[in-house]
Ligand binder design. Structure first.
Ligand SMILES: *Cc1c(COP(=O)(O)O)cnc(C)c1O
Length: 374
């Protein structure tokens, strides 16, 4: 039995005709940059997020950079971010001369622990850093607890970004991703739940002023026209051809989210007695970017991975080294309550194959092999 970690081929078969036709239209009109398909996609993304401004861009990382430009982050200022995340969430601060302040996550949701934000803020203060905002991450597809995080941020006058690179399409207490923070960023990297066939991303906000700065920074800080530069920006546009791909994928996105939930439910039934399976908070849905289990404490993860690999089950570790232990990041402030949960998760997590087209028989095979391995 051959099992793909992420299978984009079956998905492509459903939408290939629309993609072929759409790409052919772009080849005919030739507007490769900011063609009409880009605006059409942004309007469609707006139907998902309900946000006033839906701004496509060149990647999830650039979405975060644009968001920080929009929020006018200054060099030397600090931003609270979980250490248990993909590098980009923390990387964008030093790129702008600012400072990530590492916070602890919850063992169940893998997301920022609202009760430990105070300890991160205190670490920033102790290092004499002006902490101005928080980046929460919807890791593996489930939004963070933004009710509690937003309450904390509002009380302290901090802004809030949702790094929804993995959680686009999910909901929190009935609200869609795109409405949970001051600014939401997502990625269209091919392996994300909504992926293009290349790099891409988007920024969502209801704030007109932030949106205006982001639109300007996306094209070199342009003013009324593109050869008038009113601020320092970047090249942050989404390619027209990627907009075509994303438009086709949006046709089946809702269906795919349902299929992903079915796959997650089956995993939970098959594996729940063996390993720690991911739990959704009450009122949360997930776009199931990844299905990450927690192996038992005593378990030799490398041996499990190698056994599974030998038996046709590809796996991955997200993330083996937390950000505060990566060499360029070790000098940045760390939560005063420590990052014990983060370190424990890094040592125990294992991501199993996850995509909408994973079949029951394949999941039975994965579960059987995992049982043997353990
Ligand atoms: C993938 C990812 C990003 C970066 O997205 P790119 O499109 O690869 O730049 C940022 N944050 C998180 C949590 C991600 O998973």
């Amino acid at each position: 039995m051959s099992i793909a970690f992420i299978d984009l081929k079956q998905q492509q078969a459903r939408i290939r005709a629309k993609i072929d036709a759409g790409l052919s239209t772009v080849l005919d009109h030739g507007a490769y940059i900011m063609g009409p398909e880009v605006g059409a996609l942004e309007a469609r993304l707006g139907e998902w997020t309900g946000a006033a401004h839906n701004i496509s861009c060149s990647s999830g990382t650039d979405a975060l950079l644009l968001a920080l430009h929009g929020l006018e982050l200054q060099p030397g200022q600090g931003v609270i971010v979980p250490s248990f995340t993909f590098a980009a969430s923390a990387e964008v601060m030093p790129v702008m001369g600012a400072i990530p302040v590492f916070a602890e996550v919850e063992a169940d949701s893998f997301n920022l622990d609202p009760n430990k934000l105070d300890a991160a803020l205190a670490a920033g203060k102790a290092a004499d850093i002006d902490v101005v905002g928080i980046i929460g991450v919807g890791l593996f597809g489930q939004p963070a607890n933004y009710d509690a995080i937003r309450a904390f941020a509002t009380q302290r006058g901090l802004w809030l970004i949702d790094d929804a690179a993995q959680s686009f399409g999910a909901q929190w207490q009935g609200l869609p991703v795109g409405q949970l923070a001051d600014v939401t960023c997502t990625s269209f990297f091919p392996a994300k739940p909504l992926g293009a066939y290349g790099d891409g991303g988007a920024v969502f906000t209801n704030d007109d002023h932030i949106a205006e700065i982001i639109r300007s920074c996306r094209i070199h800080g342009m003013g009324k026209d593109k050869y008038q530069n009113v601020r320092i920006g970047m090249t942050g546009r989404l390619d027209t051809m990627q907009a075509v791909i994303l438009d086709a994928k949006l046709d089946i996105f809702e269906d795919e989210l349902t299929l992903r939930q079915t796959v997650a439910d089956r995993y939970h039934t098959l594996l729940g007695d063996m390993v720690g399976t991911p739990q959704l908070a009450s009122g949360a849905t997930s776009s199931w970017a990844q299905y990450c289990i927690k192996l038992p404490n005593s378990c030799d993860r490398a041996a499990v991975i190698s056994y599974l690999g030998d038996h046709g089950v590809p796996t991955a570790i997200y993330y083996p080294v937390p950000m505060h232990q990566q060499p360029p990041y070790t000098d940045f402030p760390q939560s005063q309550c420590g990052l014990g949960v983060t370190c424990d998760l890094s040592a125990r997590v294992l991501a199993l194959p996850m995509h909408p087209y994973l079949e029951d028989a394949q999941q039975q095979h994965i579960a059987a092999q995992l049982r043997h391995a353990l």
